[in-house]
Design a protein around this ligand. Structure first.
Ligand code: HEC
Length: 472
């Protein structure tokens, strides 16, 4: 436990100072030449300061609300005056913050992204790291379409609150990210989603999402987390055989679980077994209704996390499970970045390029195979479900009375021409008078890929061909 300033935190502060002197994260810039740029006193907008900054410079935004969509720059450190005081509001458009390689963002509330998309790299999010490994710490990422996405960007995601986002909380795609000491709740679909990644998900508190943690084709380490009161599964390993086995460079991977407190979810585990050190008991939060998930005295999570010394709490006692335990224990979200900064944390600075999946692959996330089956699994099952029955994870989240269509309904699909299906998939629901919850895939999928999906739906989902309008 331990709430006072600990040796560890002092060490962190020292590390930050040291980091600023000798150069951060192996980015090269001339020692001593780093500037601190102030917003709004020197630069009116955060973006103006970023544009004037170079790698290694720090930008400090004073308390206040900034209505901007930010594009970070390589190696720049962006600090707010604490998540309670400093907000970046994306005006309901696009990503609120577009990351950059080696950049750091800490001490902000990030809110109000655009509402586009439910999956992949085209989805609007609070913070997007795309080919941009970076550090995101001490932020509150709330009320976006999705919270944080790392896409080919192994990143540090530490000590954040990620809540009330429409679909995902954290969306980890092709990234060996480090997800530690975050509080992730009330997100419409998955709290933490891992695909084709080998991230560490350690000492987080994850509750009241649809699924708490979902993984597919991922060698994810899931340790010391509290995963409770999620509306569907606490921890879910993919249902599709391909997403379990993996292919190519991610063949045969599985999650590695230990010392999680998993309790009170609709189903605690799907396709995974209880593991070493797991606990199934009420964690005794201080006040879950108010989002206060600090542990009450007598909580079974206290001193019951991993016994490894490296996982000890700041006061050198055994790990407390959840966001308030472990070496990077949440202090409080109001901590300004100047109080506890993670800017010195090392990140992997190589930008990962998208591998060539080859034509053999039957499964892929974004940008991989052209197989209709793989594409359907990547882009459609979140709403339409693995078997196309209209029962995907997001099915209940699309709005009053709006349900994904049952694509396994042979009677319906026999009355739809391929041209009609092509149109609705390419141009979206409104192009044929349906709801815009059926998003358009014209910018995501090639015509050929859409045709492959239609062929797959005909062959394996409805098992039917077009028989003319109203045809039998
Ligand atoms: C965000 C959720 C969502 C995603 C993702 C999604 N759909 Fe849909 N889809 C819907 C909804 C909702 C409807 C029904 C719209 C309505 O009732 O107005 C629909 C309708 C359809 C229809 C129309 C069926 C008919 O009645 O003719 C087709 C075809 C379809 N979707 C195919 C797909 C395919 C293929 C994908 C993946 C490439 C996909 N959808 C992805 C939500 C989604």
């Amino acid at each position: 436990m331990g709430r006072e300033k600990t040796g560890f935190q002092r060490l962190l502060v020292l590390l930050v100072v040291f980091g600023l002197i000798v150069g951060l994260n192996s980015f090269s810039f001339a020692a001593g030449s780093n500037k601190t740029l102030k917003v709004p006193s020197e630069y009116k907008t955060i973006q103006a300061a970023i544009d004037a900054a170079s790698s290694g410079d720090a930008i400090q935004a004073a308390a206040g609300k900034y209505q901007e969509n930010i594009i970070l720059k390589e190696g720049v450190i962006l600090q707010g005056a604490g998540a309670d005081a400093t907000t970046i509001d994306g005006n309901g458009k696009g990503n609120v913050v577009e990351g950059a390689k080696g950049a750091v963002i800490e001490g902000f509330t990030i809110t109000n992204s655009g509402k586009r998309g439910t999956t992949g790299d085209i989805m609007d999010v609070g913070i997007s790291a795309k080919h941009a490994p970076m550090t995101i710490a001490n932020c509150r990422i709330i009320g976006n379409n999705a919270g944080i996405r790392t896409y080919f960007s192994p990143s540090n995601i530490i000590n954040n609150i990620v809540a009330d986002n429409r679909v995902y909380g954290l969306y980890i795609l092709y990234s060996d990210s480090s997800v530690k000491n975050n509080i992730v709740y009330n997100n419409g679909s998955y709290g933490v989603y891992n695909s084709y990644s080998t991230p560490e998900v350690i000492n987080n508190t994850i509750f009241k999402n649809f699924d708490g943690i979902y993984s597919e084709v991922s060698k994810v380490v899931v340790k010391n987390n509290i995963v409770v009161n999620n509306k569907s599964a606490g921890i879910r390993w993919a249902e599709f055989p391909d997403a379990q086995k993996g292919t190519g460079f991610m063949k045969g991977v599985e999650p590695i679980l230990s010392y999680n407190l998993v309790w009170g979810n609709k189903t605690d585990r799907v396709n995974v077994s209880p593991a070493e050190g797991d606990i199934s008991k009420d964690p005794l939060f201080t006040d879950i209704a108010k989002g206060d998930v600090r542990l009450k005295k007598g909580s079974p999570a206290i001193n019951n996390g991993s016994p490894d010394n490296a996982d000890n709490d700041p006061d050198a006692t055994r790990n407390d499970i959840g966001a308030y335990g472990g070496p990077l224990a949440q202090k409080t979200i109001t901590a300004s970045p100047q109080a506890v900064s993670y800017a010195s944390l090392k990140i992997k600075t190589e930008t990962l390029e998208e591998p060539d999946y080859g034509s053999q692959s039957t499964w892929s996330g974004a940008g991989g195979t052209k197989s209709g089956r793989g594409l359907f699994q990547s882009w459609c099952v979140s709403c339409h479900g693995a078997l196309g029955k209209g029962d995907g994870q997001l099915a209940d989240t699309l709005g009053e009375g709006i349900r994904p269509r049952d694509l396994s309904n042979a009677e319906l699909l026999s009355a739809r021409s391929d041209e009609f299906l092509f149109k609705v998939i390419k141009n979206g629901g409104p192009s044929v008078g349906f709801s815009d919850a059926m998003m358009n895939f014209g910018a995501t999928l090639s015509d050929e890929e859409i045709k492959n999906i239609i062929a797959y739906v005909r062959k394996d989902i409805c098992k039917c061909q077009y028989k003319g309008v109203g045809g039998k």
